[in-house]
Design a protein. Structure first.
Ligand SMILES: Cc1cc2nc3c(=O)[nH]c(=O)nc-3n(C[C@H](O)[C@H](O)[C@H](O)COP(=O)(O)OP(=O)(O)OC[C@H]3O[C@@H](n4cnc5c(N)ncnc54)[C@H](O)[C@@H]3O)c2cc1C
Length: 329
């Protein structure tokens, strides 16, 4: 792999379309939409790269439909039965070959466990940079990618550029560019893989990494205002009755009362429910970074100065236990 520079790159935005559950991971489709928007009116071409298990004829109908309608102009398809599970060295070898052939100016990757593993594996041989967990992407007048991400624990937003090395690699968290419409009729271009794969790799065990979880329309989020671990059961029942998903701030994860997979925020998940109800959450910048997409927020807090009450659509200054009691819990 020979690193290349700005002047040697093609005007191309390449997106990793990560395979997941027989189709494409939802984040891939979000990224395809972001690539399309970045390219619009700027003379960039757009393409995707999809790595799938099985042989050429076995692409699932779901995957085929998603790839065709992802809105990119072309999708390069690499298929081999060894791709059934995620083996970083194999996937990185494929992506390096694809990047070498296409010389994209920009490469967008979902910040899934697999994407977070692959991006630096590509950046090292390509001698380029990676900006992880971007929350915003735009192009400056010179077509340089402005990669915005929270820094210093979310206290400020850093704008990061990769001036000379190419591709400019950015990982983006799930849920940031949601809402992109499926459109277009991408050309799917199968690529022969046998010649360049490391031959010694064997699959011994298949472990799922990405969850690709369904998004909840209603979320009930608990925070540091919860007094005792035993009370969580009460709010689980309340959440079930509301038809919502129970999640939390980092306070409860740090106390070991709820798992990290349910944490909302900068170091947790980004959510975009139709309604988010928070109970005993202060609204720190780190928490709020994960709820920017929420359509309506109802916040319950005893402290009138709590930051979340200033941004909530329905701020309720009261004791969360009184709210539970009012609903019969
Ligand atoms: C690098 C970094 C990353 C971080 N990432 C995240 C992240 O992803 N997610 C996250 O949440 N935090 C994150 N944090 C931590 C964050 O700074 C806060 O400490 C955390 O969000 C506080 O959670 P909380 O508001 O639930 O708890 P607290 O700060 O303890 O606030 C509890 C709130 O409940 C209210 N309250 C108390 N009792 C009641 C009651 N009976 N009824 C109603 N209200 C009551 C209080 O007035 C208070 O506002 C991160 C911090 C750093 C430095």
């Amino acid at each position: 792999m020979i690193p290349y520079t700005k002047s040697e790159a093609e005007k191309l935005i390449l997106t990793l379309l990560q395979s997941y559950g027989g189709g494409a991971h939802p984040i891939s489709l979000e990224l395809a939409g972001a690539a399309r928007r970045l390219a619009a009116g700027r003379g960039f071409k757009t393409a995707g790269v999809f790595i799938a298990g099985g042989r050429g004829s076995e692409l699932s109908s779901v995957a085929e439909a998603q790839l065709k309608s992802c809105g990119l102009e072309e999708v390069y398809l690499y298929q081999d039965k060894r791709f059934c599970s995620f083996i970083p060295e194999l996937h990185a070898a494929v992506l390096l070959r694809c990047i070498e052939d296409l010389r994209p100016s920009i490469f967008l990757v979902g910040a899934t466990p697999e994407g977070r593993c692959l991006a630096p594996l590509l950046a090292v041989p390509l001698e380029t940079g990676v900006t992880a967990d971007c929350t915003e992407l735009s192009l400056d007048d010179g077509d340089i990618l402005i990669q915005t991400r929270p820094a210093f624990g979310g206290e400020l937003m850093a704008r990061i550029i990769t001036p000379e090395s190419r591709p400019q690699i950015a990982t983006v968290r799930y849920g940031i560019f949601r809402g992109g419409e499926m459109a277009g009729n991408a050309r799917i271009l199968p690529v022969e893989t046998g010649a360049f794969l490391p031959p010694q790799t064997q699959v011994e065990e298949i472990t799922a990494l990405s969850t690709g979880e369904k998004e909840a329309d209603y979320v009930l989020a608990l925070g540091g205002g919860i007094r005792a671990r035993e009370d969580i059961g009460l709010f689980k029942r309340m959440s079930e009755a509301m038809g919502s998903m129970l999640m939390c701030s980092r306070s409860l994860v740090e106390r070991g009362w709820l798992p990290q997979s349910l944490q909302i925020g900068l170091s947790g998940r980004c959510i975009a429910p139709r309604l988010l109800v928070t109970l005993g959450i202060s609204g720190s910048v780190q928490f709020m970074a994960g709820v920017q997409g929420a359509k309506k927020i109802c916040a319950v807090n005893t402290d009138p100065g709590a930051p979340i009450l200033r941004v909530a659509d329905m701020p309720l200054i009261c004791d969360l236990y009184q709210v539970a009691e009012a609903y019969g819990y």
